[in-house]
Design a protein around this ligand. Structure first.
Ligand code: SF4
Ligand code: SF4
Length: 160
C-alpha cells in the first residue's frame, strides 16, 4: 500500500501549478517564475481542476517547465530538486478530497498512505482545495478582463 517511487508522476505529463505554488517555489529557490513556469493549451476532458487562463488570446493552463529530456524541470535521478516546496499537486498526488484516489493517467500503482503520512496528505489536500478556490477566483477576474501575456499574468499573480 505504498507509493512505488517509480517517478512516473514526475516524468509522464505536465504538472499543473497554482499561483501559490509559483510564489513558494520562487521564494525558496530565488528563481524568477519565468524560469520554471510554462503554459499548455487547454484541452477537453482533462483530469485536473486548475482553471484555464486567457494568455495571448488562447485558453492556457499553467504548468512546470519540462527539461529537454521531456520530464519535469525539477526532476533528477536523486529525486525532486525542490522536494520541500514542490507544488501541492505533487504533494497530494494521486489523491483528492476524502483521500479518494483520483482518476490518474500517470500513476500505475494502487496504494494509500497510512499513519502520519496519511495525516500529512489530508492536510495538503485541504490546503490544495483552498488554494485552488482562490485560483478559480483569480482566473475568473483575469479572464473577464480579457487576459494578457504570460509576463503580465506572472506580474499580476505575484503582486500583493
Ligand atoms: S516538482 Fe518535484 S515532485 Fe513535482 S513533478 Fe517535479 S520533480 Fe516531481
Ligand atoms: S505516486 Fe504513483 S506514479 Fe508517482 S511515484 Fe508513486 S507510484 Fe509512481
Amino acid at each position: 500500500m505504498n507509493c512505488a517511487r517509480c517517478g512516473a508522476c514526475c516524468t509522464s505529463f505536465g504538472v499543473c501549478i497554482t499561483p501559490s505554488d509559483i510564489v513558494r517555489i520562487s521564494l525558496a529557490t530565488s528563481m524568477r517564475p519565468s524560469q520554471f513556469v510554462d503554459t499548455v493549451q487547454d484541452y477537453p476532458n482533462r483530469e485536473r481542476e486548475e482553471p484555464a487562463l486567457f494568455i495571448d488570446k488562447e485558453k492556457q493552463i499553467l504548468v512546470l517547465k519540462r527539461s529537454k529530456e521531456n520530464v519535469c524541470f525539477f526532476y533528477s535521478d536523486e529525486g525532486c530538486k525542490i522536494y520541500h516546496y514542490r507544488p501541492l499537486l505533487c504533494r497530494t498526488y494521486p489523491f483528492g478530497e476524502g483521500m479518494k484516489s483520483m482518476c490518474s493517467r500517470a500513476c500505475p500503482s494502487e496504494w494509500a498512505p497510512e499513519g502520519s503520512e496519511r495525516e500529512q496528505y489530508g492536510h495538503d489536500i485541504f490546503l490544495y482545495e483552498k488554494e485552488l478556490a482562490e485560483f478559480q477566483k483569480f482566473a475568473k477576474e483575469w479572464n473577464s478582463k480579457g487576459g494578457g501575456s504570460l509576463s503580465k499574468l506572472l506580474k499580476a499573480l505575484l503582486s500583493p
